[in-house]
Design a protein around this ligand. Structure first.
Ligand SMILES: Nc1ncnc2c1ncn2[C@@H]1O[C@H](COP(=O)(O)OP(=O)(O)OP(=O)(O)O)[C@@H](O)[C@H]1O
Length: 639
């Protein structure tokens, strides 16, 4: 059977290349710089394998803008291209001389860490047509006499002719398009813009990227001017060679050579923080996935952290070239406060280098990063408590959210990192610490929810538990009880709200009997009070937990009073919820005696007392009372 070659409409293909692959026009510069770096790498490789006398320090990439001619020139003193190579590599779409070079030298190149060829798809060069109406490439291959000029305006094809060029290397001259209403191509002729793009995408290209840039300085004053007190300094512009990139990525240096100062400086510059980070996490991993990661935990909560504007993610680099500014997939939501970057050669990039093809590698990296971050946080918790507590004050809410989110899917991952304020220790404690201190007869991990630690400390419901020497965790963030409920139990000890119906306290036979007796004796009184409260409580009963206070509210069932408050405060929540409330009375309080007396004599008074006590209990809970006027009138009439 006759085999036929596919045909490609090269004009159309080029058009597709130019206009459909990239979302950001500005990446053309990243692509051309990467090509220049590849060309230098190739020559450097030659220098390493053959004795050419070329040293690494001789290499550079140079940028030049000419506003009048509207040209942007990128030159390198790398390996250059012969006429054939120009035809093959620049005349054939998707032909990558760099990939070929890498494949041909793969076995020998492995050992050479300094070589890190970027090109692989054979398309990056054409991205320059997004911003240039004409491109000239002047190149002289290393070891050849004759240089050539390749020229193209895009779709119409290209020409190649011999030309003059003194040294080996390549010069790419872009004739920048005229501005249109939508596109200001002219910005690529502005030095500040070019510098910005190098910093953004190509800061870690390992050869210097130089530009003869315009600068300003104060003019040296003459003796006469110095003597003149009215003299105002004059400024002058001058031009000077400047290296635009940092070259060596700090994260690729060996850890022993980097000082704390280096790490902190890098953090402040890169992530625009004026404060030093609370923690630096630097990890170099080799194996199934090879990557370097440099991560930081900020010392302070960013101003927009708990808002929708905050975007999580790590910068993603491939061979030192920026691929993504914020790769969200690298961080779980509960570690969204981590800033930093990951650099890996193993990523399967798509053709535009803007996205990743399959994210298997990325997922594997993310899993390892998560473990690393957690291990570092636990280490901080165990070795530098004060620092960890500050960290937790800053980002603990996010961790608690992490436990609750997605139906508690990640609760095991974050549980160890959580802290709550302890009634007995008067500081933040972990669940593990709490459990280790539990009394022998203590069944549950107790917690109390409310507005502030001070208010919780005075809460009637906590009296008896404290008396028994039980520790109580104070929950003052809205998320707290939701997180605790979803965690359910720690080391097989489940949680119990101090306001829940059954506190799980073992009573003596006598206590039990006394309680039952009181309940039985006052059955009718409680029924009358419940009726007086017109469905606001599901039960009125003798309290087991009150010591000095007369009343408190507790709840039956899953929905607590605190959760009712939180859920009903959500503006979008139109279906208001209501906890099943129980009014508990302290049978040893004088008020109870008054109630009992009134019950025999004046049923109206019992009604008034019931309402009064219920409203008091509401106020203690920090909840609004239904009818403040009636409340106030009742007090007055009783007085
Ligand atoms: N400055 C240069 N010096 C020498 N050769 C170059 C230069 N620029 C491009 N080339 C050659 O042209 C080829 C095609 O470049 P192009 O940018 O289109 O693709 P690539 O860099 O190979 O792959 P990618 O699309 O992944 O960037 C390169 O592989 C290289 O062989």
């Amino acid at each position: 059977m006759e085999k036929k070659q596919f045909k490609a409409e090269s004009k159309r293909l080029l058009d597709l290349m130019i206009h459909s692959i990239y979302t950001h026009k500005e990446i053309f510069l990243r692509e051309l710089i990467s090509n220049a770096s590849d060309a230098i790498d190739k020559l450097y490789y030659l220098a390493l394998t053959e004795n050419t006398g070329i040293s690494r320090d001789d290499f550079y990439i140079r940028l030049a803008v000419d506003k009048e001619a509207r040209t942007l020139t990128i030159s390198d003193n790398g390996i250059g291209m012969s006429k054939e190579e120009m035809e093959n590599n620049l005349g054939t779409i998707a032909k990558s001389g760099s990939l070929q070079f890498k494949e041909e030298n793969a076995d020998k190149m492995d050992a050479k860490e300094e070589i890190d060829i970027i090109g692989q798809f054979g398309v990056g060069f054409y991205s320059a047509f997004m911003v240039a109406s004409k491109i000239q490439v002047v190149s002289k291959a290393y070891g050849q006499e004759q240089a050539h000029l390749w020229e193209s305006t895009g779709a119409e094809g290209y020409s190649i002719e011999p030309c003059e060029k003194e040294n080996p290397g390549t010069e790419i001259i872009l004739y920048i398009k005229e501005d249109t209403e939508d596109e200001k191509y002219g910005e690529f002729l502005e030095e500040y813009k070019v510098k910005g793009l190098i910093k953004k995408y190509s800061d870690y290209i390992r050869y210097p990227i130089k530009m003869n840039a315009e600068k300003h300085r104060m003019k040296e004053a003459s003796e006469e001017q110095k003597a003149d007190k009215d003299y105002t300094p004059e400024y002058e512009t001058y031009r000077e060679d400047e290296t635009l990139n940092s070259m060596v990525p700090i994260w690729k240096k060996s850890k022993g050579t980097i000082t704390e100062e280096d790490y902190n400086q890098f953090y402040k510059e890169k992530f625009f923080d004026f404060e030093e980070p609370a923690k630096v996490i630097h990890t170099n991993v080799e194996g199934v996935s090879t990557y370097n990661a440099l991560m930081y935990i900020p010392a302070r909560t960013p101003y927009n952290y708990y808002t929708k504007e905050y975007e999580k993610g790590l910068q993603l680099y491939s061979s030192g070239v920026l691929i993504m500014e914020k790769c969200a997939d690298l961080l779980p939501d509960y570690f969204s406060f981590v800033r930093g970057l990951v650099d890996s050669q193993d990523l399967s990039l798509n053709i535009s280098r803007e996205l990743l093809q399959h994210d298997r590698q990325l997922k594997a990296i993310a899993v390892r990063l998560e473990k690393k971050i957690k291990a570092e946080l636990l280490d901080m918790l165990h070795t530098d408590r004060e620092k960890y507590e500050t960290f937790f004050e800053n980002f603990g809410m996010q961790l608690k959210f992490g436990a609750y989110n997605e139906f508690g899917m990640h609760k095991d991952a974050v549980q160890e990192l959580l802290m709550f304020y302890s009634s007995s220790e008067k500081k933040l404690v972990t669940f593990a610490e709490y459990v280790s201190r539990m009394k022998e007869d203590q069944k549950y991990i107790y917690y109390a929810c409310g507005e502030s630690r001070e208010k919780l400390d005075k809460q009637p419901q906590t009296e008896m538990l404290k008396d028994k020497g039980y520790e109580i965790l104070y929950c003052t963030d809205e998320i707290d009880e939701f997180a605790i409920k979803i965690i359910g139990a720690v080391e097989e000890k489940s949680f119990k709200s101090v306001s829940s119906d059954d506190l799980g306290i073992e009573e003596t036979a006598e206590e039990k009997e006394a309680l039952e007796k009181q309940a039985e004796e006052n059955k009718d009184l409680f029924a009358a009070m419940k009726e007086a409260l017109e469905g606001k409580v599901s039960e009125v009963r003798v309290s087991q937990r009150l010591k000095s206070h007369p009343v408190c509210l507790t709840s039956n069932g899953d929905l607590s009073i605190e959760m009712e408050k939180v859920l009903n405060a959500i503006p979008a929540n139109s279906d208001k919820v209501s906890a099943e409330k129980v009014l508990e009375i302290n049978a040893n309080h004088k008020v109870f005696a008054s109630l009992k007396t009134a019950f025999g004599q004046d049923p109206e008074k019992v009604k008034a007392y019931a309402k009064l006590l219920y409203n008091q209990a509401l106020l203690i809970e920090g909840m609004p009372i239904d009818d403040p006027i009636e409340f106030s009138n009742t007090i007055c009439s009783l007085m």
